[in-house]
Design a protein around this ligand. Sequence first.
Ligand code: NAD
Length: 270
Amino acid sequence: MENDLFSLDNKICIVSGAASGMGKQISLGFAEYGASVILVDINIEGAEETHSLIKNNGGKSLVVPCDVSNINDIENLYEILDSKFGTIDVLVNVAGEGLGGRPEEIELSILTKTLDNLVVGRFKMCQEAGNRMIKNNVGSIINFGSIGGWSSLGRGHAAYGISMAAVIQMTKELSTEWSSRGVRVNAILPAQVWNENLRSRVKDRPELEQTFKDGLPIGRLGNPEEVKGLAIFLASEASTFITGAIIPMDGGNLAMNSGGSYPGSSRIYG
Ligand SMILES: NC(=O)c1ccc[n+]([C@@H]2O[C@H](COP(=O)([O-])OP(=O)(O)OC[C@H]3O[C@@H](n4cnc5c(N)ncnc54)[C@H](O)[C@@H]3O)[C@@H](O)[C@H]2O)c1
């Protein structure tokens, strides 16, 4: 891919959450643009499927099972990275589950588990990648946050929102500390993007789809493949002066200041 500003040729990239949704689409996109992609997930079958799609398309990838809320798993992942590739150019922190519940009722364990999944796991992944990238004086880290870390969604999202707000601040802190040493750190904040969980919630409560649409000026939910271009841009030479950016991928939600539950919908729990 000569003279292509967006080329990821010869880049070694880790993508967590590579078995489905946005992590899968980013993995496919990175491989299409020439990267070797390390596919991280707890869903091994799904990650193997992503690997097969990449392989059948002539791309390069490797599945590494890893629970990003488990520090030992993350250390093991980076040992594999060192022994098989010896370097890392791009890290995309997509994986991590948020647990829900009304703030007045949830057990503290729900909060700590969500923090482990979304904050401690992302931080440890950044720390491992960042150390290696600083040595090479080059690298790009992309953290997945959420519109729910910027404005409040309500509807039982307190633990999730608190965690995603921390991801936004983590991104700014790391960018400030590391960008002069070659490491750019940016965040993507999606609004509602179709995934299995969202489909089953909307199946159970069809009115939720309209609730979401009311907060999306673009008039529809997002599709996971719509993140590909943005992720390739942030990973590539096309974005070399962009760091510390908190980028909504939200169909206009934050611009409208509508959260995830525009007027009248705050009563809908689900
Ligand atoms: N889809 C949305 O509407 C939306 C909106 C805002 C933010 N986000 C955030 O974007 C990210 C991805 O969303 P998605 O829609 O692609 O989700 P998804 O459910 O389609 O995919 C998530 C993937 O992460 C994996 N995973 C979950 N926990 C893991 C763990 N502890 N260790 C390793 N892998 C794990 C799952 O197996 C799955 O393959 C999440 O962090 C989510 O919170 C999503």
